[in-house]
Ligand binder design. Sequence first.
Ligand code: ARG
Length: 271
Amino acid sequence: MNRVLLCPPDFYGVRYSINPWMDLSQSVDHAQAVRQWEALKALLMDLGCRVEVMRPQPEWPDLVFTANAALIHRRRCVLSRFMHRERQGETRWYRQWLGGEGYEMTTLNGDVCFEGEGDALFCGKRLYCGHGFRTDPGAPAMLGQLLGCDVVGLRLVNPHYYHLDTCFCPLAERLALWYPDAFDAGSQKKLRDAIPQLIEASADEAARFACNAIVLGREVVLPDGCPEVVQTLGGCGYLPHAVPMSEFIRAGGACKCLVLVLEHDRDGGAV
Ligand code: ARG
């Protein structure tokens, strides 16, 4: 059983700009955002997920992006530390919810920033950790120590792809979807060396958040408007489900950012 945490978009909106997608001159269609979020939630339930919902908070419009709350591994919860003041107040609410779940709660030492599952994804037994925009370069090694696992640090260089989950999506131990231009040359090489099969998203589909996908065994939930990735996934035996995410992309997020994985069918990430 996959168990995930979501937060309803009651107070969601673009009220500040902390990434290049957040354009204050454009407005979010709130009713549409609610419909898109409800449809995502219903689909996850249809696909057999147990969906937990936390209470939204009026002062924190980005609280919907629960992927940034923490990284959960087995019974351990590494709470995030946000880079931007605009999101720092969310931590209190994530701590409150996750703290009630009986995890062993930790944070990274010092004042090291780390934005949770948005920047840390397991592919097989190995953890991949993005840094450069939101997460500090020291975080990958600290996570390795704390969780006792192999960690590959990846340097993000394109401000549109400021979180790892916007440009990298593990599908199976030896298979992932990615957008290479988001990484520096050394990190591209690390990924090519570590993962034998990499599906490359085009620039257009990456910009429609193709890599921001939720993987549930063979089912893959991804934003609509990415026909090439859908076709390639189908060819690899996956069952893609394309969902509209336009109103969340205005804040620089899509389906994967709206979900925090609490328990995965198989420990350690994708099937
Ligand atoms: N507006 C949010 C931010 O800039 C979007 C977060 C997207 N989350 C993610 N996991 N990529 O922080």
